[in-house]
Design a protein around this ligand. Structure first.
Ligand code: HAM
Length: 420
């Protein structure tokens, strides 16, 4: 038997209904914030992610699905969505005639060769937004506000936005130097990867999955102590704005995120769900240097991505009501061939009039059809028989009260509408 791959999921039944519910909310909230839906390819040139996410990150050095296609191209299944959206922005020269920032959102599969465990998958879904073309702190606020309100509207009330700032290039460089100086004496206590990262990319040591929780790192210098005046003012403005909007945030001066492209604002979202430990439900930040790094002009941007699978899991653990539809509206029953034709006709009519309608595809006969109707939790049964058809009528039965009534076919939709 061929089974599914480690870290992947088949999503069906109740789980898929939950996702329909979540998708509707995501779409509706993105509309209100005026983000447009975008789909970019699942595979891209490997170089895109190497450059954007960074060679020294865990994501690129250990977790990408890389392959060579039949035309000898080096390709990678996307581990995240930001790089693809920036590639699209540059390739279509959207910077040329833009008078407004580009605001795009996506929901899609990402691929990371992670160690599969609760809340960690190799094929994962992310919902993400990117706001490209504004350096104003108001844009950072817009993104955090959308993120925060999305979790709240999805029913996760106890979410915290953990925020930090990496500052601009100058501040980051100052911090980088201080961090290298601090880490060198502890080199031997760090994992093999981190030993190499110290000089190459010391920020990555802070979010190492092996060393991340060690005391050495918990006592490491804080980014906020190395900010120049502009960066500090910016950070203070963001906090002021967050307070203005009553967004529940917590400062975490060691939050650096696992991707290289960030500067200034970074944030991660956690929820108080004991079963899930401290898995982040989402994260994001500002990436003013990324578009230029990918050969575009210097265009500032900010964004966020939600771990979709983890969020659905958190909603399930906390008992959120997914408002999933329980049962169908109508089950149509027939026996003879003429009755079957009417069944086909009525099924189409009712479906086009917004009723969830089902009928028998297996010629089960009445007894089997009654059983199916119960299994599918049908609210109404339409029982067709040839005698009634002579009067252009069908039998409509309320499956709860068991009351039956003959209804003229021409009045059927009206009748069922008045009984909704
Ligand atoms: P990220 O923090 O790498 O950021 O991923 C965002 C979220 O995806 C995480 O917070 C987590 O909930 C979820 N996630 C990551 N890896 C896995 C996994 N193996 N299994 C399940 N869920 C996972 C980004 O990807 C950035 N592109 C976010 C961003 C957008 N920054 C700016 N714009």
């Amino acid at each position: 038997m061929i089974t599914k791959q480690k870290g992947t999921m088949d999503i069906y039944g109740e789980e898929s209904q939950k996702r329909m519910y979540v998708n509707d909310i995501l779409r509706s909230i993105c509309e209100k914030y005026n983000y447009s839906y975008i789909e970019t390819p699942v595979f891209e040139a490997s170089e895109l992610f190497h450059r954007a996410v960074g060679d020294a990150t865990d994501i690129v050095s250990k977790e990408t699905y890389d392959f060579v296609d039949r035309g000898n191209r080096n390709l990678t299944l996307r581990p995240e969505g930001t790089a693809g959206v920036c590639r699209w922005y540059i390739e279509n020269k959207l910077y040329g005639n833009q008078t407004e920032p580009v605001k795009a959102y996506y929901i899609g599969k990402m691929y990371r060769y992670d160690r599969p465990q609760l809340g960690r998958y190799r094929e994962l879904t992310q919902f993400g937004i990117e706001l490209i073309g504004s350096d104003d702190v108001l844009a950072d606020l817009d993104v955090i506000s959308l993120a925060y309100n999305t979790y709240t509207i999805l029913g996760l009330k106890d979410v915290t936005i953990n925020i930090n700032t990496l500052g601009d290039k100058e501040s980051r460089n100052n911090y980088r130097k201080a961090l290298i100086e601090y880490l060198i004496p502890y080199k031997e206590e760090l994992c093999e990867d981190c030993k190499e990262r110290i000089e190459k990319n010391p920020l990555r040591v802070l979010d190492c999955k092996i060393d991340g929780e060690k005391d050495i790192l918990l006592n490491a210098p804080k980014t906020t102590n190395y900010l120049n005046e502009t960066s500090l003012n910016r950070y203070n403005k963001l906090k002021e704005y967050l307070e203005l909007l009553d967004i529940n945030y917590k400062e975490n001066p060691r939050l650096v995120r696992g991707l290289d492209y960030y500067d200034h604002t970074v944030f991660e979202i956690t929820a108080d769900v004991p079963e899930m430990g401290n898995l982040a439900l989402g994260g994001g930040g500002r990436y003013n240097g990324l578009i230029e790094l990918l050969d575009g002009p210097s265009v500032p941007a900010v964004g966020f991505a939600m771990g979709y699978d983890r969020t659905v899991m958190a909603m399930t653990y906390t008992g959120v009501n997914f408002d999933t539809k329980d049962g169908i509206d109508i089950y149509i029953m027939y026996v003879s061939d003429t009755e079957k034709e009417t069944a086909a006709l009525l099924a189409q009519d009712l479906r086009l009039n917004d009723f969830i309608t089902e009928t028998d595809y297996l010629n089960k006969g009445l007894k089997g059809e009654f059983k199916s109707a119960d299994r599918l939790k049908a609210k109404y049964l339409i029982i067709i028989n040839d005698q009634d058809l002579e009067n252009n009528e069908v039998n409509v039965k309320d499956n709860l009260t068991k009351e039956e009534e003959k209804v003229n076919i021409n009045n059927l939709v009206e009748y069922l509408d008045s009984h909704r």
